[in-house]
Design a protein. Structure first.
Length: 301
């Protein structure tokens, strides 16, 4: 039995997609391989899951690509705010040389990238409205555990708080945080919209989720079973694409119906925010090669 962990609930598109992946794997391996998903953070937070995977005590983990910041230099670069213009831009980059570099770095860190899963744009959602850089002053914002995210929040004048996703609702209720950030599907699916009814669509990050497998376990599989996993992953990515778009549309309708104030990108004073975000680039572009990589990403059409 190959166990995969997830922070999201059982009905979330990413969980359903990994379950679909598991069904394909079981069918095509004639039951020799089986994938069991443990949702709701049952096996710990994302960093716990990644530690278990690299140790080989757990087969898979579905996490945000941002969770690899610090483990793979390319993941730090991919996490830079306002780097990707659109989902199409991001996917084109991931299917090119940069994506291959990322796969190679993950492999060296002990992870086999099985598939990417669309997670849409990440926005800020808060207990109060945010429309400019000044509105961030003094706020406590929950982020992924990532140096890039920490630097972004610091540059915006707020304080970052790193806690597991399944603890965010409790942190809002306890007054430990004022805001969090993420995609609208997660925002509504976890009922965070009932606790933080202001959604700021700044689209500060377009970053996929990723399903990774323990290299230690992968290396023990015969090539025929590895091929089954690869093919099932390819088909599951397509399955996820449609599922995600439907869920995003439904989440937006649900948010509006619940009375969420949606602050559209055009209603935000982005100049000051993006100027502060650029300072984040200075901290993570370490040399001319990194600068060249970022410029290639930005100029990819």
């Amino acid at each position: 039995m190959l166990v995969s962990s997830d922070q999201q609930n059982a009905n979330h598109p990413v969980v359903r997609t990994v379950e679909y992946f598991g069904q394909l794997v079981a069918q095509r391996s004639k039951g020799e391989l089986s994938v069991v998903v443990k949702p709701d953070g049952a096996l710990g937070g994302e960093q716990d899951a990644l530690r278990h995977v690299v140790e080989g005590s757990q087969a898979f983990a579905r996490v945000s690509l941002g969770s690899f910041a610090g483990k793979a230099p390319a993941a730090d670069l991919a996490s830079l705010p306002y780097l990707f213009r659109s989902s199409d831009h991001m996917w084109k980059v991931l299917k090119g040389p940069f994506g291959q570099r990322l796969d190679d770095e993950l492999l060296r860190a002990g992870y086999v990238r099985i598939m990417y899963l669309d997670s849409g744009a990440r926005d800020f959602y808060c207990k109060k409205a945010l429309r400019s850089r000044d509105d961030f002053a003094g706020l406590r914002i929950r982020i992924l555990q990532s140096k890039v995210f920490e630097a972004l929040i610091l540059n915006l004048g707020a304080t970052s708080v790193s806690i597991p996703f399944n603890k965010v609702a409790d942190a809002f209720r306890a007054g430990e945080i004022d805001c969090a950030e993420g995609g609208i599907v997660n925002y509504v699916g976890a009922d965070h919209h009932k606790l933080a009814p202001y959604l700021m669509q700044d689209e500060h990050m377009l970053m996929p989720d990723v399903l990774v497998m323990s290299k230690k376990i992968w290396d023990k599989l015969p090539s025929a079973q590895q091929d089954i996993l690869k093919q099932a992953a390819s088909e599951s990515t397509e399955y996820m694409g449609k599922l995600w778009k439907d869920q995003e549309a439904a989440a937006l309708v649900a948010a509006k119906k619940a009375g969420v104030t949606i602050i559209a990108h055009a209603q935000i004073s982005m100049t000051g925010i993006e100027a502060q975000a650029v300072k984040t680039y200075n901290a993570f572009i370490k040399d001319s090669n990194d600068l060249e990589t970022v410029m290639k990403i930005v100029t990819t059409k």
